[in-house]
Design a protein around this ligand. Structure first.
Ligand SMILES: NC(=O)c1ccc[n+]([C@@H]2O[C@H](COP(=O)([O-])OP(=O)(O)OC[C@H]3O[C@@H](n4cnc5c(N)ncnc54)[C@H](O)[C@@H]3O)[C@@H](O)[C@H]2O)c1
Length: 342
């Protein structure tokens, strides 16, 4: 039996593929390379040529996906493929509703037809919108404030509905929606890393400044109701995140519908991240203070108690310097990302 990883050419998906291969799993990577990297897939295939198969295609191409699922006897799917830029989703909602929602309806339909039993979905803390209570538990109402968050919440609802119907029909479908906070870092072996274009995540943006690719770092808003006035977020290392996926996937039984927040449980401010980068790299950066951005909640960090209590899982890397150091190691070796990398 194989695991299909959609979006396996992207940042988090590629790390998941590497981990699954290390576990001895057969893996099918489905990615249309719209935002991913063939170079990442090539590295993964080289690790296990007999067990890692790459299929270039859209998750929304139902018939092609169904044929692939059947060909490789896929019984579990990790679905990472999506567009994930909040600002872009506000400007181009149709793109997000089509790619992150409509296409996923086709993917899920193919999974049901192929009797896939476990579906692990990349959801997001953006489904909570502006939470009333932090740290955020899974019981916090989900009220997304942008099309990206709406598209992810819709898929959670879709998965709930099909699991109910599947159970009623005596079938074995199950799913987990994993709501990530901020994912950071790179794999310990240094072959995979974060390479988004445009890059909007704080740690790589600050590291690009260290590489001289940006002149300065701008802090958007210094007057929030937080200890140092800057926004607070929860940074989970990508390998911890992937480890949680594997644990959750293995525990799913027919009819399961699990929802977990994946974070460290610790909130760190923008200033604390910039300080961490300066500590790790030994560089002093030019930091400017800018206006708040619209729709940036003051604090987003997880209460990860549910997954700890139910599965005994918690993040192993809780020192952000460690996450920053792994990302820095990747960026030093790959200053232009996968372009030109071997
Ligand atoms: N990076 C984070 O901090 C973060 C936080 C919360 C949630 N997430 C979610 O995690 C997932 C992965 O994020 P990432 O940072 O690795 O993104 P990424 O852009 O690096 O990877 C996404 C991959 O999906 C592929 N893809 C997109 N649409 C596709 C489609 N219709 N068919 C086939 N392939 C398609 C892209 O080519 C890309 O390789 C996304 O679903 C994202 O919403 C990420």
């Amino acid at each position: 039996m194989a695991v299909m990883v959609t979006g396996g050419a992207g940042y988090i998906g590629s790390h998941a593929v590497k981990r699954l291969l290390a576990d001895g799993q057969e893996v099918v990577v489905l990615d249309n390379l719209s935002r991913g990297h063939k170079a990442a897939v090539d590295k993964l295939v080289a690790l296990a040529p007999d067990r890692c198969h790459f299929v270039r295609g859209d998750v929304g191409n139902r018939d092609a996906v169904l044929a692939t699922l059947r060909k490789h006897s896929v019984d579990s799917v990790m679905h990472f493929a999506a567009f994930a830029l909040v600002g872009e989703s506000v400007d181009e909602p149709v793109l997000y509703h089509r790619n992150n929602m409509s296409e996923v309806v086709e993917l899920v339909d193919a999974c049901l037809q192929a009797d896939v039993q476990r579906f692990v979905f990349s959801s997001t803390c953006a489904t909570y919108g502006e939470p009333k209570v932090v740290p955020i538990s899974e019981d916090e109402p989900q009220k997304p404030i942008n099309p990206y968050g709406v598209s992810k919440l819709h898929v959670e609802h879709l998965l709930d509905d099909v699991t109910t119907a599947s159970q009623r029909a005596g079938k074995a479908f199950s799913f987990a929606a994993l709501r990530y906070f901020n994912v950071a870092g790179a794999d310990a072996d240094g072959i995979l890393g974060e390479d988004h274009d445009p890059e909007t995540h704080l740690i790589p943006v600050v590291l690009q400044c260290c590489l001289g690719q940006r002149e300065h770092v701008t802090i958007f808003g210094t007057d929030y109701a937080t200890p140092d006035g800057t926004c607070v977020r929860d940074y989970i290392h990508v390998e911890d995140l992937v480890d949680a996926h594997v644990k959750v996937m293995r525990c799913l039984v027919p009819g399961d519908r699990r929802k977990y927040n994946l974070g460290t449980g610790e909130g760190l401010s923008v200033r604390q991240i910039i300080d961490s980068v300066q500590r790790v790299t030994g560089q002093k950066l030019k930091v400017l203070e800018g206006q708040r951005r619209e729709g940036d909640p003051a604090q987003l960090f997880a209460n990860p108690a549910r997954i700890r209590d139910e599965l005994g899982w918690s993040a192993s890397i809780t020192d952000v310097d460690q996450s920053v150091a792994s990302a820095w190691a990747w960026f030093q070796k790959h200053p232009r990302g996968y372009v030109g990398s071997k």
